[in-house]
Design a protein around this ligand. Structure first.
Ligand code: SAM
Ligand code: SF4
Length: 338
């Protein structure tokens, strides 16, 4: 496809906000439902709060992704809740992968069904995979996620590498006193594997009470230990997003740190989010979201959809307000896909 994309005689300008940030990356939640009970996300499990929600249909997903692709979006990440719980998940991957303009289709998963489905998802067009693994100790994994499934998840990661994914990203939320002492075990695990390990600082959300105070630990501590052990900061590319990435000559795997409380974190923001009920979220910690669903009933509404998204983007704030303890309207990250 030419750049900028051409539709009819109209050149579509890429999505840009009032701070000259450009958005080529969409995180699309396909369900709020989850089968895990992570202490920092859904400690009591998924409970439909306001009756049964109806999540975006395959056609609605196709229209959203086409609209974003027309404005320059190149990468879509499918997330949730747990995206693999959708019975039509393989068809969702196919639909997104077949949208003209989209060249990367990623997913974030807790590893459910990964062992059985990695090959099928790869064949359907999935190009990248993030799997959440908060601890390499089975008992602690169980304690954090509410599920005794570490072995199954690890087998899923192996299956993904065998299915031909060039690398797998692994997300671990840093939790004081739980996994912050396990750096050496994580480093040993990725020494000979093409794994990009991402340590994510715990983020405070609306429904979180004492957990943040008790368990939040800054990624700076991990960074200091990595630098002391000879890990080198990797230069950031324009499209790299907010992670600081480190590599080591003796390790095949790499480490990334996602530190939302660090200075300038939001300056590199390159992503927009659409929730599983079709609301556009300009920030993970923003307000209610802008409803798009009324414009997803037919293909002829695409121009109006594009207009609404562009207009909304003008209201994107320079930064979140997490430092003031304000997580916006987000009750937990399963509601918007993390
Ligand atoms: N269920 C899938 C999973 O766990 O990978 C996808 C959805 S989950 C909301 C996406 C990511 O957000 C996961 O890596 C999870 O660890 C992370 N996450 C959830 N709540 C968080 C919080 N309060 N702080 C930091 N990361 C969080
Ligand atoms: Fe479910 Fe993912 Fe939230 Fe854990 S982090 S409860 S797996 S949505």
């Amino acid at each position: 496809m030419p750049w900028p994309p051409v539709f009819g005689k109209v050149f579509m300008l890429p999505l840009e906000d009032g701070f000259s940030r450009r958005f080529y990356y969409l995180r699309l939640s396909v369900t709020d439902v989850c089968n895990f009970r992570c202490t920092y996300c859904l400690p009591d499990g998924y409970r439909p709060s306001d009756g049964r929600k109806s999540f975006l249909s395959l056609d609605e997903i196709r229209r959203i992704v086409s609209g974003f692709a027309a404005m320059g979006t190149r990468k879509v990440r499918l997330t949730g809740g747990e995206p693999s719980l959708r019975r039509d998940f393989t068809r969702i991957i196919e639909t997104v992968a077949n949208t003209p303009g989209i060249d990367k289709v990623a997913m974030t998963t807790n590893g459910y069904r990964l062992k059985e489905r990695a090959g099928e998802w790869r064949a359907a067009g999935l190009t990248a995979l993030n799997v959440s693994v908060d601890s390499l100790d089975p008992r602690q994994f169980h304690q954090i996620t509410g599920e005794n499934k570490l072995e199954e998840v690890m087998a899923g990661i192996e299956a993904a590498l065998e299915a031909g994914f060039p690398s797998v990203k692994v997300n671990a939320v840093l939790l004081r006193g739980l996994n912050d002492h396990q750096l050496d075990a994580f480093l040993a695990w990725i020494r000979d594997k093409p794994i990009d390990l991402r340590f994510i600082e715990l983020m405070q959300t609306g429904e979180m009470d004492s957990l943040f105070r008790d368990r939040h630990v800054s990624g700076e501590q991990i960074k200091a230990r990595l630098l002391a052990q000879g890990w080198l900061t990797q230069l950031r590319g324009v499209d790299d997003g907010p992670a600081q990435v480190f590599q080591h000559p003796a390790s095949r795997g790499r480490i990334g740190l996602i530190m939302p409380y660090s200075k300038d974190f939001c300056a590199g923001c390159n992503r927009l989010r659409v929730s599983s009920v079709g609301k556009l979220h300009l920030c993970l910690f923003g307000e209610q979201g802008v409803a798009l669903r009324d414009l997803l009933a037919g293909d002829e509404q695409q121009d109006a959809l594009i207009e609404r998204i562009r207009t909304a983007l003008l209201g994107k704030a320079a930064t979140h307000h997490l430092h003031e303890g304000n997580a916006g309207m987000t009750p937990h990250l399963a509601s918007i896909g993390g």
